[in-house]
Design a protein around this ligand. Structure first.
Ligand code: ATR
Length: 273
C-alpha cells in the first residue's frame, strides 16, 4: 500500500485518516494512512523519518502548514501564493508542496452548497495560515473585492501584500468594521472559536444574501455560525465540506484519481450531528 500520513499538533482528533480510508475503499487503491503528532520543533525530523520509512505523501495541518512550505523543495503556484502547504508529494528524493485548502473551500461552496461566488463583495476575517490558504482561491473564483480584517493589523497588511491585487484586496482595521457596509460572503478564518471566543462583528456586515462560512467545523465553528444565524445570514456553512474536498484534492494528487465526496461528507456530518 501507499504509505501516507497527516502531520499535526495535536492530531489525534483529525478526521483525515477516516476520510482517506473511505476514499481508498471507494476507489480500490491500497493505502496505509496514519496520524503523526509532531510539535513544530521536531516536524522536520519526523517528516524525514517518515520519508526514510517509505512515506510517499502527507497532509499537513495546524500548526505546521507554514513550516511544510519551507520543507518542500518545489511548490505549486497556489502553495507559493498561500505561503502554506497542506499536501506533500514525494518526488524522487524530495518533497513537492501543494495547497488544496482553497480549491477545497471553493468546491464545497460552489458545488455542494450551490453558491455562485462570482461578483460577491467578500470579507475575510483573520490573516493567519488558514486565511492565507484560502484567499487566493476566493479571488480566482471571481469574488469582486476582498476586504481583510485581523486582530493584528500587521498580518492583515502582510496578507494583502502577498495577494498582490491592490485593486481588489483591501486591508482594514477591525475597528473599521462598522464603516465597511454589507458583504455577500463573510469567511471566518480565525482560530478564535477553538477557544470558544467570538470576535465582535456588527450586524451592518449582513445583507439579504450573505453567506457566512467558518473554516472550522464542530465546536470551534459554533460561535461564528450562531452569530451568522442570529444576524440573518442566508447561509451558515461550517468547514466540514471543505475538509472533505481538500482531502479529495490531495487524494487526486497522490493517486491520480478523484474520489466521490458526497457519501463521505454525509457520513461525517451525521456522526457529528
Ligand atoms: P491558522 O492556521 O488557524 O490560521 P494562525 O496562523 O495562528 O492559525 O492564525 C490564527 C488566526 O486567528 C489569526 O488571524 C489570529 O489573529 P492574530 O493574527 O491577531 O493572532 C486569529 N485569532 C485567534 N484567536 C483570536 C481571538 N480570540 N480573537 C481574534 N482573532 C483571533
Amino acid at each position: 500500500p501507499a504509505r501516507l500520513a497527516v502531520f499535526g499538533h495535536p492530531v489525534a482528533h483529525s478526521l483525515s485518516p477516516r476520510i482517506h480510508a473511505a476514499f481508498a475503499a471507494q476507489t480500490g487503491i491500497a493505502i496505509a494512512y496514519e496520524a503523526i503528532d509532531a510539535a513544530p520543533d521536531v516536524f522536520a525530523d519526523a517528516l524525514a523519518a517518515f520519508a526514510a520509512a517509505g512515506g510517499t505523501g502527507a497532509n499537513v495541518t495546524l500548526p505546521l502548514k507554514e513550516l511544510a512550505h519551507g520543507l518542500a523543495s518545489t511548490r505549486s503556484a497556489r502553495a507559493e501564493r498561500a505561503g502554506a502547504v497542506n499536501t506533500l508529494v514525494r518526488r524522487g528524493d524530495a518533497w513537492h508542496g501543494d495547497n488544496t485548502d482553497g480549491a477545497g473551500l471553493v468546491r464545497d461552496l460552489t458545488e455542494r452548497h450551490g453558491l455562485d461566488l462570482r461578483g460577491r463583495r467578500s470579507l475575510l476575517v483573520g490573516a493567519g495560515g488558514a486565511a492565507r490558504g484560502v484567499a487566493p482561491a476566493l479571488l480566482e473564483a471571481g469574488i469582486s473585492e476582498l476586504y481583510v480584517v485581523n486582530r493584528t493589523a500587521s498580518r492583515t497588511d502582510a496578507l494583502a501584500d502577498a495577494l498582490g491585487e491592490p485593486g481588489r484586496v483591501h486591508p482594514r482595521y477591525l475597528e473599521q468594521l462598522e464603516e465597511l457596509g454589507e458583504f455577500e460572503l463573510i469567511v471566518n478564518a480565525t482560530s478564535a472559536g477553538r477557544g470558544g471566543a467570538m470576535l465582535s462583528l456588527p450586524r451592518s456586515l449582513v445583507g439579504v444574501r450573505t453567506a457566512a462560512v467558518d473554516l472550522s467545523y464542530g465546536e470551534a465553528s459554533v460561535p461564528f455560525l450562531a452569530w451568522a444565524r442570529a444576524h440573518g445570514c442566508r447561509d451558515a456553512i461550517d468547514g466540514l465540506g471543505m475538509l472533505v474536498e481538500q482531502a479529495a484534492e490531495s487524494f487526486a494528487l497522490w493517486h491520480g484519481v478523484r474520489p466521490e465526496t458526497q457519501a463521505v461528507f454525509e457520513a461525517l456530518q451525521s456522526q457529528s450531528a
